[in-house]
Design a protein around this ligand. Structure first.
Ligand SMILES: Nc1ncnc2c1ncn2[C@@H]1O[C@H](COP(=O)(O)OP(=O)(O)O)[C@@H](O)[C@H]1O
Ligand SMILES: [Mg+2]
Length: 208
């Protein structure tokens, strides 16, 4: 059986990934296309245990580098637990965030640098480079307005916004560096318009 394709979705918090994944799920089910949806750190007891360490309020002293290494470790386990078996079964694997998130958030956002994040994710990248990465291109300012509404009283948390802008610029750089893998879709369209672009992209790239 032919190996399945590995597709990842990326973009700033609130850019519309979950919305598109819901639409894609309906489409794939209606068309009888075998697939799984997953996200990191997902499934499996080891990734879940790492997730708990990452999210626990008791671990405030965790360094940025430790955080990045734990994400990379959880990623490798998740690939083995969920991604590899589904690819072997010929299924389409659709993952909400992957290595590009570590690049955007930790290399660029936190300033750990692309070299370090590339090194610690070398195993994942070497064995599981996505066939297609859909980058939903929406600025953090636009995503913020969506989430909170255009409320004059909503105060932008300046330090937070500076971080998210670095993340966004990181994504733009990644998309420019890997045009053969990363497809940018304008996030300033209706969910249906974005979805049509997603389906076209996946068809053009031989994933559907
Ligand atoms: N194309 C769109 N236009 C306007 N609002 C959208 C669009 N896509 C998603 N939204 C809304 O924006 C918010 C964030 O979307 P979501 O899909 O949860 O983003 P993400 O998973 O990337 O964080 C939700 O309230 C959602 O309904
Ligand atoms: Mg989401």
């Amino acid at each position: 059986m032919a190996r399945g394709k590995f597709i990842t979705f990326e973009g700033c918090d609130g850019c519309g990934k979950s919305t598109q994944l819901r639409l894609l799920s309906e489409y794939l089910t209606e068309n009888g296309i075998p697939h799984i949806f997953t996200r990191e750190p997902g499934g499996g007891k080891i990734s879940e245990a790492i997730r708990e360490i990452l999210l626990s309020g008791k671990n405030m002293e965790m360094t940025d580098a430790c955080e990045a290494l734990l994400y990379a470790a959880a990623r490798v386990q998740h690939l083995s637990d969920r991604v590899e078996p589904a690819l072997q079964e010929g299924k389409l694997v659709i993952c909400d965030r992957y290595v590009d998130s570590s690049m955007a958030y930790q290399a660029y956002g936190r300033g750990l640098g692309a070299e370090f994040i590339g090194q610690i994710n070398g195993y994942a990248l070497k064995h599981y480079t996505p066939d297609v990465t859909v980058f939903i291109d929406l600025t953090p300012e636009a995503a913020f307005l969506r989430k909170h509404g255009a409320d004059e009283n909503d105060r932008l948390e300046q330090a937070g916004m500076a971080f998210h802008k670095r993340v966004y610029e990181g994504y733009k750089t990644l998309a420019k560096e890997s045009p053969e893998r990363v497809v940018s879709i304008d996030g300033n369209q209706t969910p249906q318009e974005i979805f049509e672009a997603v389906v076209k992209t996946l068809k053009d790239r031989g994933c559907l």
